[in-house]
Structures are given as C-alpha cells and as structure tokens.
Design a protein around this ligand. Structure first.
Ligand code: ATP
Length: 207
C-alpha cells in the first residue's frame, strides 16, 4: 500500500513528519508520497514559492528512503485538486491500494473539496487526530465507508475510511511562520536543516 500525503508544507514541520512516519509504520506502507500543493483550492497562496517549499521538503526527508517527494501538483497548471492527483496516481499504480491521509482539520472540510466523493474511487482515506480539532458529525456517505479493521484496507484498492489516532503534536505551519516573523526561535518544531534554509533565505520574516 502506498501512502499519499498532500499539503502546502509552508514549511514542513514535525507535525507532518511524525504523522507520516507513524502512518507508514502502522499501515506497513511501501512508501509515502509527499505531494506539495501548487495552488491550494481553499486557502491563500502559500507564502514560500514552490521551489522553496520543495527544497525544504528535500532537506526534511534526508535519511528517510520510504518518503518520496511527488511533484505532480507543481507540474500541473491550475488549482491543485486532490481528485486529479489521485486519478493520475491510480493510472500509474493500477492495482496497488492507495491510502490518502489527512488531519482531522482537513477532514472536517472534506465535503467542500472538488468532487470529494470521487476521492474514494481512487484511494482509502485515513483521518489522523490533530490537537484542537474534533471530528464533525459524519455524513452518511462516510459512515457507509468507515471500517475499524485495518487489514481490510490492504484487501481492496480504495473506498474505505479509517480513523487513526497518532501522537498529538500541536504544531502548525502558521504558528511557525508567526514565530519566525516575531524574531523568535522555531527550533524543535521542525528540522534544523529547514530552519537554516528559512534563515538563509530570510523566509517568513514579514508574515
Ligand atoms: P497551515 O498552518 O499553513 O495551515 P499546516 O500546519 O496545517 O499549515 P498543511 O501543509 O496545511 O500544514 O497540512 C497538510 C496536512 O497535514 C493536512 O492534512 C493537515 O491536517 C496535516 N497536519 C498538519 N499539521 C499536523 C499536525 N500537527 N498533526 C496532524 N496532522 C497535521
């Protein structure tokens, strides 16, 4: 099974990295694709450029060979719809189970995503606990797909919903950008190599 983790990663932090590692271990994933978004449909454009966010991802995943950066959203024109991303991954990976994982904040907004029901045609979805976010009442579309049996996810290639508790790290990219802008030290919230790059490029100083 291949894990899919999309985000703006502006910047990538230990909330992302720890989640990806835990999901990879819990579900026995063959690889985790980290997919930086070019133009997120539901939010302001990222502060750092695509090239910079990509470089920070590269610095963050050194020595984690099962984490792979996938640039397909950066190479595509227009808004970065996850349904298009999953459809193109499905074309390439034909019969492999795919597991899209998202935090509970993102899951609460899932029904506003472009063609959200079709996400399940291409992948399973695992929802990860995130501090400060309680899951909203579930749409019947979700309850029909929910399973509590993790093994079922490897028996079919898509279509199931699973709720996965993970270590709670109350870290957000917004908070990191604010810390940098205030001239404070973001150390221990994200990898040192990423902090050095932020400092070199004077990123996030005016956010
Ligand atoms: P921002 O503060 O700029 O909105 P963010 O920290 O939420 O950024 P994103 O790149 O927007 O990071 O998130 C990508 C994915 O990672 C989303 O599915 C989000 O729910 C999840 N995520 C981000 N931070 C955490 C965290 N601390 N714990 C669990 N999931 C997280």
């Amino acid at each position: 099974m291949i894990g899919i983790f999309g985000g703006t990663f502006d910047p990538i932090h230990y909330g992302h990295l720890r989640s990806a590692l835990e999901v990879s271990e819990i579900f026995g994933l063959d690889e985790v694709r980290l997919i930086p978004s070019a133009q997120p449909p539901h939010r302001d454009l990222p502060v750092a450029s695509a090239v910079m966010r990509l470089h920070m991802l590269e610095l963050a995943i050194i020595n984690q060979p099962q984490f792979v950066i996938d640039q397909r959203e950066l190479n595509r024109q227009g808004k970065s719809y996850m349904v298009d991303t999953l459809s193109s991954l499905r074309d390439e990976l034909s019969q492999q189970p795919l597991l899209l994982f998202i935090g509970s904040d993102a899951f609460n907004k899932l029904t506003s995503w472009h063609q959200w029901q079709r996400l399940f045609d291409y992948a399973h979805i695992a929802v990860l606990t995130r501090p400060g976010y309680v899951i909203n009442e579930l749409d019947p579309f979700f309850t029909q797909r929910q399973t509590g049996d993790r093994r079922q996810l490897s028996r079919q290639i898509s279509g199931l919903l699973f709720f996965q508790p993970i270590t709670q790290l109350d870290i957000s990219a917004t908070n990191i950008r604010q810390i940098v802008a205030a001239g404070r030290n973001p150390r221990f919230l994200l990898p040192d190599a990423v902090i050095s790059y932020i400092n070199e490029q004077q990123l996030y100083q005016n956010t």
